[in-house]
Design a protein around this ligand. Structure first.
Ligand code: HEM
Length: 249
C-alpha cells in the first residue's frame, strides 16, 4: 500500500473513532435535540457534496462546440475533461479523505433518520396526539418515504458507478460507463425519480436544518423558505437534465 493511502486510511479510522466517541459522549444519538443537530450537520455536509458533484457532472453535457477550452490545452473534449476530473477525484488523497467523511455523514444521516422515526412512532403510540396537518406540506410529512426513495436510488447509483470505478476498478473510462448507462431508459427513469425525491427532500431538509441549528429568526422565516425552495429547484432541474440530455445525445 502506498504511503499516501496508508496516511489516508489512518486519518479516516482515527477521525471516525473521535467523531463516534464525541457523538456518544455528548449524547448526540440519545437526546432528540442532539439527534436533530447531527441530522442538520450531516445534511449540510451532504449538500456541500451535492453542489460539487453537480458541477463535476455538468461536464458531461457541455456541448462539443465549446472545445477545445483554450486555458486548458490538454483537454480537447468533454470525454477527456470528465475522465481527468474523475481521475483527480480518485488519485488526489485530500479528496479521498473528504470522500470518507462523506460516507460517514451519509451513514450517520440514515441511522439518525431511522432513530428519529422510531422515536416519533414510539411517542405517538404512548400518547394520544392530535396532529394538525393543515399547515404542513405533504413532503415535510413524508420525509421518510422520500429518504427511502433516495436510498434505493443511491444503492443502484453506487453499484453502477462508484463500485465499478472506485472500488472494483473494472471500468477505467468513466465517461463511457456513464454514457452507456444513461442510454438505458429505465436507468434514466430511476434517476429522474431519485432526483425529484431529492428535490423535495432538500426543500424541507434545508428549512428544518436551520430550525434545528437555531438559525431561524421569525422575521426571515419566509426568506429562508424561499431560498430553500429556489436552491432545491435549481439543484433538481440541473441534476435532472443530465440523464435526459445524455439519453438523447
Ligand atoms: C445526473 C446525475 C448524476 C450522475 C451522472 C452521477 C455520476 C456519478 C459518478 C460517475 C460517480 C462515481 C465517481 C465519483 O465518485 O464521482 C458518482 C458517485 C457518487 N454519487 Fe453520483 N451522479 C449523479 C447524481 C447523484 C445524486 C443525485 C446523488 C445523491 C443523491 C449522488 C450521489 C453520489 C455519491 C454519494 C457518490 C460517491 C461519491 C464518492 O465516492 O466520492 N449522485 N456519481
Amino acid at each position: 500500500m502506498s504511503f499516501s493511502k496508508t496516511v489516508t486510511y489512518f486519518i479516516f479510522i482515527k477521525s471516525t473513532q473521535i467523531i463516534s466517541l464525541m457523538a456518544v459522549k455528548k449524547g448526540l444519538f440519545k437526546t432528540s435535540v442532539g439527534r436533530k443537530n447531527l441530522m442538520a450537520f450531516t445534511g449540510l455536509f451532504i449538500i456541500f457534496f451535492l453542489i460539487i458533484h453537480l458541477i463535476g457532472n455538468l461536464i458531461l453535457i457541455i456541448p462539443d462546440s465549446y472545445f477545445p477550452i483554450e486555458f486548458w490545452s490538454n483537454v480537447a473534449n468533454g470525454h477527456d475533461m470528465y475522465n481527468a476530473y474523475s481521475h483527480f477525484l480518485v488519485h488526489f488523497w485530500p479528496v479521498t479523505i473528504v470522500a470518507y467523511i462523506l460516507y460517514v455523514a451519509i451513514i450517520t444521516h440514515i441511522i439518525d433518520a431511522l432513530l428519529i422515526t422510531l422515536q416519533n412512532k414510539k411517542s405517538q403510540g404512548e400518547k394520544y396526539i392530535v396532529t394538525d396537518n393543515s399547515t404542513s406540506s405533504w413532503y415535510s410529512r413524508n420525509m421518510g418515504i422520500l429518504g427511502t426513495v433516495i436510498g434505493v436510488f443511491l444503492v443502484i447509483h453506487m453499484a453502477q458507478f462508484w463500485l465499478q470505478y472506485k472500488v472494483l476498478k473494472v471500468e477505467h473510462d468513466l465517461y463511457e460507463l456513464v454514457l452507456a448507462t444513461l442510454k438505458i431508459w429505465w436507468f434514466v427513469l430511476v434517476y429522474e425519480i431519485g432526483i425529484i425525491a431529492l428535490g423535495f427532500h432538500l426543500v424541507h431538509g434545508i428549512e428544518s436544518a436551520h430550525r434545528s441549528l437555531g438559525i431561524y429568526p421569525k422575521k426571515i422565516m419566509n426568506t429562508i423558505k424561499y431560498i430553500a425552495l429556489c436552491f432545491s429547484l435549481v439543484m433538481a432541474i440541473l441534476y435532472a437534465i443530465i440523464p435526459i440530455i445524455l439519453y438523447f445525445k
